[in-house]
Design a protein around this ligand. Structure first.
Ligand code: NAD
Length: 354
């Protein structure tokens, strides 16, 4: 298992260190054959080389089976030109590796049920996987831009474009994922208004013929936005376009409470980049306050999706649940009556529970 580690900036190195301990623990338990190599991306890479994604890091990413990334960015680099901003490294990795499927689970842990802004009976038991198409759609379609018109006004354009192969490959990821979970896919579109998503619906329906063991339904995006807060438990896997997925994955994530708990995967086939949803959290950097769980759960996704090690992935998730049940909390999820611990101790406790 060749894993490229990019701790990045801010709390990135702190949370990645905990997740690496988790991988080492599982390596001992299951003899996984984990090999890690660390590289620079983001602001730290810019400081060292003048480039947020140096060639050596890109090479490392390309030859690895999977990438574990912490976070990039921070106030130090905010005045840089956009072309060398730390965040460019993420876009560069996604594009260079063609990471077309973004997977974001939104699962509620019973111990954290009160962290949600929705009533416990609405959110208890939710376990949703939002699959967002990541390298196509309106964020990339041509033509795009803002032009001046003769009458002095302006015209802004973006193009929502999807081709059959782009939809087929993301639909397959959704059906394959559903097979490993609750066996249901809900495809989200706006086929009543947008022709390109009418094609989306047709192609997803066609791909479904090879996955008749999985239940497929379709929903318009406006309805989905409502259903996520009305009755989120109806969803298992949601698959959708880049723009709709951007919005719905944040909405689904917030059902569960803290950003420090949310992992993600961006996949191109089995190869994937795994990272917490949160950023570099400059306000708590270097204080041992970060919640490492999002990154540790990202390592679990890596074991599941890139390496097919379902047992090892389940081990991590069970250990996280156990430590939360025992009442341990980092500051972001801490409440009265629970035990406050730092990043390092939270990681150690989870690893100890594996
Ligand atoms: P952020 O996610 O870094 O922080 C938002 C808030 O959540 C902060 O109060 C922070 O302390 C808290 N938080 C985040 N992760 C946490 C964790 N693991 N444990 C405990 N608390 C946590 O978002 P921001 O403040 O908007 O951005 C800070 C920097 O991170 C910016 O430079 C931004 O561009 C960058 N960023 C990077 C990524 C990425 O690398 N994928 C994503 C988002 C933002």
């Amino acid at each position: 298992m060749k894993i490229a580690l990019f701790p990045g900036d801010g709390i990135g190195p702190e949370v990645v260190a905990s997740a690496v301990e988790t991988l080492n623990r599982l390596d001992d338990k299951y003899s996984l054959g984990v090999e890690t190599e660390t590289g620079l991306v983001g602001g730290c890479a810019y400081d060292a080389t003048g480039n947020p994604l140096p060639d050596s890091s890109l090479e490392l990413a390309k030859k690895a089976d999977a990438i574990l990334l912490g976070a990039v960015g921070g106030p130090k680099w905010e005045s840089l030109d956009y072309s060398v901003r730390p965040e460019r490294a993420l876009l560069g990795l996604r594009a260079e590796l063609d990471l077309f499927a973004n997977l974001r689970p939104a699962k509620i842990y019973p111990a954290l049920i009160n962290a949600s802004s929705l009533r416990p009976e609405i959110v208890s038991g939710i376990d949703i996987l939002v699959i967002r198409e990541l390298v196509g759609g309106i964020y990339f379609g041509q033509p795009k831009g803002v032009e001046k018109l003769d009458d002095g006004t302006e015209r802004g354009v973006n193009t929502l474009v999807y081709t059959t192969p782009e939809i087929e490959r993301i639909a397959k990821v959704a059906f394959e994922s559903a097979r490993k979970r609750g066996g249901k896919v809900c495809s989200i579109d706006k086929a009543n208004v947008l022709e390109s998503t009418e094609l989306w619906r047709r192609v997803v329906t066609e791909v479904h013929k090879d996955y008749s063991d999985v239940e497929l339904s379709h929903m318009y995006v406006d309805n989905c936005a409502m259903q996520l807060v009305r009755n989120p438990k109806q969803f298992d896997v949601i698959v959708t376009t880049n723009l709709f997925g951007d919005i719905l994955s944040d909405e689904a994530a917030m059902l569960t409470g803290s950003i420090g708990m949310l992992p993600s995967a961006s996949l191109a086939g089995a190869k994937g980049m795994y990272e917490p949803v949160h950023g570099s959290a400059p306000d708590i950097t270097g204080q041992d306050k970060a919640n490492p769980i999002a990154t540790i759960l990202s390592a679990a996704m890596m074991l599941r999706y890139t390496f097919g090690k379902e047992d090892a992935a389940n081990d991590i998730e069970t250990a996280v649940e156990k430590i939360l049940d025992e009442g341990y909390r980092t500051a972001d999820i801490h409440s009265e009556g629970t035990k406050l611990v730092g990043c390092k101790e939270m990681g150690e406790r989870i690893n100890g529970a594996i």
